[in-house]
Design a binder for this molecule. Structure first.
Ligand code: ADP
Ligand code: MG
Length: 695
């Protein structure tokens, strides 16, 4: 029995309750403790003279108590000043026991550890870790930097440190139980330490190691483990890709349908761009294979992804297969429904629409048409796949704006339409909210096609950043705009993720704008409206029966009304850059010049100003994502929403971006030369989430 695979319950000091708590943070086996790495460190290896202290340092000091004071104001608190001959510092306690009160006496000696802050009377420490000592040389210093581990309620650092120590000892006694799966050539190439050395270093860093280097990730031990973690994620996605490619898939033949394709394309009011044609070729090649297509189309907002996906649908239909299209919002699903109905109106097939809101007989009819095959295309929200929808012959699944769905949802969808050993082709689309380098990691289970060209004649959107005080001028501008027969979006945002509040804010704004703009036809759209209502408002806006559409961020994705060419976004400082870029993408869709006004609430912080500046200066989603990443800088994790919910323990996508190329190379090497390393690496780093690699 490999003792590292035993339950952590085998270690001393871990009872049933602790076992449960550890499980919450993904620790089940002894080995999991070895890979539960510190968030940061404290330096208790040396005693600092008080004269050397600066605000912000977290250090160990010692001294003699000069005096004690209890402050009567407000809550009862205790202040105690100590000095060590080089200077003095105040210790502040807001709650204290009788025991403390007794032991802290003038003349007593003590050591304390805490962060140094500014206080009323010079430097101070609040609630330091302290000990009464009997000799100034009695201060206990640690031999190593002290690791601070991620915890959960009810666990303490002490408990975790003891458990990790036991795990390290067990492992040291049986060093062969943990295999270093990184190829020796890779270790050599990047001068990485061995696994043993790296783990030892991170759990118990030598006192000569700089805290700074540990924090900013430049320590080789940290770099190596971050590398290994990202490698594990990449491998798991690649493995999942290989597994899917092993399934059979329907072949959508090319030649017999040439006439149909030409007819389809010539019916469009425009000619496809070069980029669109190139991506269509990629899709055609994929669908001629007997294995599932797994393709991601990345293309900036407005680059024309929808028609490309419609072409893929055409391939499926002409081979007599059904197509399912999933969109993240009802609004977008409805819009797709309208477009696809138009594009496929001359086909012998029905285009149907399904959401959770469609019930009763209408629903029954739709489900039946799918089961018997009279409906060739179904469009809907994710409810589409949660329902017991049965297909006659599903051949293609299209997922629009996939970054709005999690990795898990994407994985789960792959089983849909499975028949025998055959699975449908899959096409997913996204408007690139993440930089290329990260996309390589996050989407390594997919082939990527990029639409890097906008349809001709588009004017770049002119973006300005203005304070909310200029509202009257903005209202004027709307009047002028509408007089020119053009349309306007007004987007309301709120900090709270609360739907209700956001809708209320939009309702109020719509009322105010209606009052202020006498001759303008104002309408309101938000997420809490009935699907039918939203649809009719969108339709009216599209038909130019409405001039100004006040909206919440529901219009973030997909909505396409080319004559709307002015957008005002209220409080843009509250949103992420990629979300703002998506929103702004609702304008600039026609031949007219387009404007986006980012109307912020003063005062604006420097960072917020810089971020909005990025948006003002660029219309390129790729550039915006890269700059956004740079601005966040090292140490600041990217929001899970932006990384597609990859959960990382120690790697930091912003900080470790330089590793990605090496990770790709090593992945290929392992896939070919050492496939036996994949499973253990994934288990080591992904733990329970490894399961989705099996889907
Ligand atoms: P997105 O990539 O953001 O999903 P859409 O597919 O909604 O973009 O397309 C945006 C607009 O561009 C739509 O009105 C669409 O009809 C139009 N469009 C798409 N391709 C072309 C093209 N090749 N030439 C002109 N207009 C196009
Ligand atoms: Mg789209």
């Amino acid at each position: 029995m490999n003792c590292l695979n035993q339950s952590v319950g085998k270690l001393t000091g871990i009872g049933a309750q602790t076992l449960n708590r550890l499980e919450k943070i993904g620790i089940r086996k002894v080995q999991d403790l070895l890979f539960h790495l510190p968030l940061r460190y404290e330096d208790r290896t040396q005693v600092y003279p008080i004269s050397a202290l600066r605000v912000g340092m977290t250090v160990l000091v010692r001294g003699r108590v000069d005096f004690i004071d209890s402050l009567p104001r407000g809550r009862k608190s205790l202040v105690c000043r100590i000095s060590d001959g080089t200077g003095f510092i105040s210790l502040k306690f807001f709650h204290f026991t009788a025991n403390q009160n007794n032991s802290l006496k003038p003349g007593a000696l003590m050591s304390c550890f805490a962060e140094v802050r500014h206080g009323f009377a010079g430097l101070e420490m609040v609630h330091p870790d302290y000990q009464i000592i009997y000799n100034l040389d009695d201060v206990i210093t640690e031999a190593c930097l002290t690791p601070i581990y991620p915890l959960t309620d009810g666990l303490s650092q002490t408990l975790l440190r003891k458990a990790v120590k036991q795990a390290l000892t067990l492992w040291n006694n049986n060093p062969d139980l943990l295999i270093d799966w990184i190829p020796p050539s890779t270790l050599k190439k990047y001068a990485y330490p061995s696994l043993t050395e790296a783990l030892q270093t991170l759990h118990a860093p030598n006192k000569t190691m700089s805290l700074m280097a540990l924090q900013n990730g430049s320590v080789p031990a940290l770099k190596r483990l971050a590398f290994e973690e990202l490698l594990a994620h990449h491998l798991s996605l690649r493995l999942s890709r290989n597994k899917i490619k092993a399934w059979q898939a329907p072949i959508f033949g090319q030649d017999p349908n040439k006439a149909i394709k030409e007819q389809f394309l010539s019916a469009l009011p425009f000619k496809l761009t070069g980029a669109q044609q190139r991506v269509i070729k990629d899709i055609e090649t994929d669908c001629e294979q007997a294995h599932p297509m797994m393709r991601l189309i990345q293309g900036d907002v407005g680059s024309g992804k929808t028609i490309v996906s419609a072409y893929a649908a055409l391939l499926a239909l002409s081979a007599d297969y059904q197509v399912a299209i999933m969109a993240p919002t009802e609004l977008l699903a409805e819009q797709h429904h309208r477009n696809f109905s138009l594009w496929f109106k001359n086909f012998q097939t029905k285009v149907v629409f399904l959401t959770g809101q469609i019930k009763g007989n209408a629903r029954k009819e739709i489900l039946q048409s799918l089961a018997e095959g009279s409906a060739g295309i179904i469009i809907g929200t994710h409810a589409l796949f949660q329902e017991s929808v049965n297909f006659h012959r599903l051949g293609l699944v299209i997922i629009d704006e996939q970054h709005r769905f999690g990795v898990h949802q994407r994985m789960a969808l792959r089983q849909k339409g499975q028949q025998g050993n055959t699975r449908p082709h899959q096409l997913v689309m996204t408007a690139t909210p993440i930089p290329r380098t990260l996309a390589m990691l996050q989407y390594s289970d997919l082939d990527i096609s990029i639409i890097d060209e906008l349809p001709p004649g588009r004017q770049p959107i002119v973006t300005s950043v203005i304070p909310a005080e200029r509202r009257p001028a903005v209202i004027d501008r709307i009047n002028h705009w509408v007089a020119k027969k053009r349309q306007v979006y007004w987007v309301c945002t709120l900090i709270e993720e609360s739907d209700v509040l956001q809708c209320e804010a939009a309702e109020n704004t719509a009322e105010l704008l209606t009052l202020a703009l006498g001759n303008v036809r104002v309408a309101l759209i938000h997420g809490r409206m009935k699907s039918k209502e939203k649809d009719s408002i969108m339709q009216a806006f599209k038909n130019h029966q409405i001039d100004l559409l006040v909206a919440t961020t529901v219009i973030e994705v997909g909505v396409d009304v080319p004559n709307a060419s002015l957008m005002i976004i209220e409080n843009p400082e509250r949103l992420g850059l990629s979300q703002l870029h998506q929103l702004r993408g609702r304008v600039g869709r026609g031949k007219d010049d387009s404007y986006c006004l980012l109307m912020y609430q003063s005062p604006l912080s420097d960072t917020a100003r810089n971020r909005l500046g990025i948006l003002r200066d660029s219309n390129d989603g790729f550039v915006i994502a890269e700059k956004d990443l740079e601005l966040r800088g090292p140490g600041e994790m990217m929001g899970t929403r932006q990384t597609g919910a990859i959960n990382l323990k120690i790697a930091d996508l912003a900080r470790d971006v330089d590793l990605l190329e090496a990770i790709q190379q090593t992945t290929e090497q392992i896939l070919i030369q050492a496939p036996q390393a994949i499973q253990p690496l994934c288990e080591r780093w992904l733990g329970a989430s490894t399961e989705y690699a099996e889907v």
